[in-house]
Write a protein that binds this ligand. Sequence first.
Ligand code: B12
Ligand code: SF4
Ligand code: SF4
Length: 234
Amino acid sequence: MNPATALTTLLPTLARHGLQLRGAWPVQPGDTLPPLPDGSRPAQVCLVGVVGSDFWPHFQASAFYRDGRPDPLDRWSQAIGDDLAARLGGLALYPFTGPPYHPFQQWADRGEPTQASALMLRIHPVHGLWHAYRFALALPGPLLAAAQQPPSPAATDLCAQCSGQPCLQACPVAAYTGERFVLEACAGHLHSGAGADCMQGGCQARRACPVAPDLRYTPEHAAFHMQAFARNHG
Ligand code: B12
Ligand code: SF4
Ligand code: SF4
């Protein structure tokens, strides 16, 4: 499949689901990736993810959201990723299959100007902390030419320049220390009555970040992630 055909397969499908192509990078000799269905080694990896809550109405309208079975967002992602991979002769890889997990955050830095933030989540100069990854497509050839990849603004050292680093002050139980995330403190708070603000509106530390406030997740979207997180921890 030539790059133009690959793009006309990929981009409209992603747009239909509210997903975005988040960058692409060539596979290097040191990358440990599974073989493609035909046994060959992948040549390129494309990262697909969400920015803000754009995908939320699409996911909410899907059968996965309403079927009452576990992990609806992961299953929604798998249906889209596996279908696209089959059409492109590639393999879909997911951030949630593991351990061991695929190093999605390291992969992100190879395809777009993301950096580790003070909260250790990746921060993007345009999307701030309000983005995540749904799947990667390992592809047989360089299907997406460099010129056709999404334009990337330059990476900046946002957190080093951030006055007062409000994200590190905002957690009521100081779960983010700047060096590590104290999972037990966060989970304990979420399961207590005092955790209602985080559970209903999303992580207060993440919400305190002044970058890209327009992209903050909607309360319904944020609450969905917080419920999943609390269910898995505690
Ligand atoms: C395990 C995991 C966690 C663990 C962290 C364990 C640890 N080592 O510290 C826990 C459960 C704490 C966690 C929490 C969260 N996570 Co998490 N997590 C993952 C996961 C599945 C695997 C990370 C990994 O081990 N990778 C393998 C190593 C080799 O690759 P790496 O790129 O170097 O990964 C390192 C970092 O990712 C780091 N890390 C991962 N998550 C977190 C979260 C926090 C708070 C910190 C401090 C570090 C951290 O730990 C890894 C090992 O050092 C990734 C998905 C993925 N496959 O990368 C998501 C991922 C990193 N998480 C993500 C998110 C959004 C979260 C949450 C904020 C919200 C949520 N949806 O649950 C929460 C934070 C809690 C909160 N109060 O809101 C996103 C980050 C997106 C971004 N903008 O960068 C990812 C990429 C998932 C995705 N689908 O996009 N997570
Ligand atoms: S509040 Fe400041 S330090 Fe914290 S993540 Fe946002 S830019 Fe970085
Ligand atoms: S969800 Fe709430 S308790 Fe957990 S890290 Fe964020 S602000 Fe702290």
